[in-house]
Design a protein around this ligand. Sequence first.
Ligand SMILES: NC(=O)c1ccc[n+]([C@@H]2O[C@H](COP(=O)([O-])OP(=O)(O)OC[C@H]3O[C@@H](n4cnc5c(N)ncnc54)[C@H](OP(=O)(O)O)[C@@H]3O)[C@@H](O)[C@H]2O)c1
Length: 320
Amino acid sequence: MDTELAELPPRRRTLVAGARVAVTGAGGYSGRVLTRALLDAGTRVVNLTGAPERATPFGERIESRAFAWERPGELERSLAGCEVLFNTYWIRFPRGAATHELAVRRSSELFDAARRAGVRRIVHTSIAKPDLGSPLSYYRGKAEVERALRASGVGHAILRPTVLFGDGDVLLNNIAWCVRRFPCFLVPGDGRYRVQPLHVADFAAALARAAEADGDSTSDAVGAETYEFRELVRTVAGALGRRVAVVGAPKSVVRAATAVLGTCVGDVMLTSQEIEGLCAGLLATDAPPVGSRRLSRWLGEHADDLGVRYANEVARHYRR
Ligand SMILES: NC(=O)c1ccc[n+]([C@@H]2O[C@H](COP(=O)([O-])OP(=O)(O)OC[C@H]3O[C@@H](n4cnc5c(N)ncnc54)[C@H](OP(=O)(O)O)[C@@H]3O)[C@@H](O)[C@H]2O)c1
């Protein structure tokens, strides 16, 4: 991410020193990497978050504001003076009142507030293959959010990543966590569906480029390597020097196994929707890669620490 902002043509740059932008979840997973690059370029960052009191690696270099849902005036004031809104806000899985429907409504609120605040461009993180007709509320909700953004009247770029990897990630880390502990790894179905992991820094660079571009756009954001899922698990195991049997199992068995494991670690390990999406090949597209960092190399570099600790999504978002 170091050089990408500097390489942008000077005449078009808006992420210049002194410019002010908003990032949702600036201390989160993808938001943190993006924020670091923006701060390095001298851009001022307003962090919109559900936990403004939570420490971020940036200390006083960013200003954290609570999301202020259902207080449109306050949300608008938080965005006042921001050139660009980088939106990562989403709920991975429904839990209690936090549903995908709620996340869709809140995303629309955010876009409306950005328009009223005079934000010039919204760079929005979606998901590969969102679908208004999907039975999966994750993919349907993501498509509804895209629709709301297009209707908002604010200039925008929509990026649709498949699955991200990098420091702080959940999925790869927890695959490694299982590989370190168990002699076999269950994959739903035959495990031959594709995944195209994208390094989070390559994704952040793509977000920054999208902020500088003109016109409205929607594009997939995929990584340089494509794996069959079962091969991905074997690659993780190989990097860790572990031997693991990758065993295909009915989805219902994988659902039950991950539910039991999830209960043991106090997390939702993998949702039914994620199992369906994985098996339907929704984590890969035919788009060209947006970055060059390779998972195989990254695994080698992080073999000592990957999966040593379980990455708990419920703890991150619900136990503050
Ligand atoms: N991670 C991946 O592999 C991946 C793959 C494809 C697409 N995406 C998309 O990329 C975007 C960013 O993902 P990320 O992993 O970087 O997200 P993240 O940092 O975990 O969260 C991004 C933002 O959403 C808020 N949020 C997340 N879960 C929430 C919950 N349960 N309740 C309330 N607020 C919640 C966070 O609030 P706080 O600021 O309060 O933490 C933060 O502002 C999402 O739209 C996701 O769908 C991610």
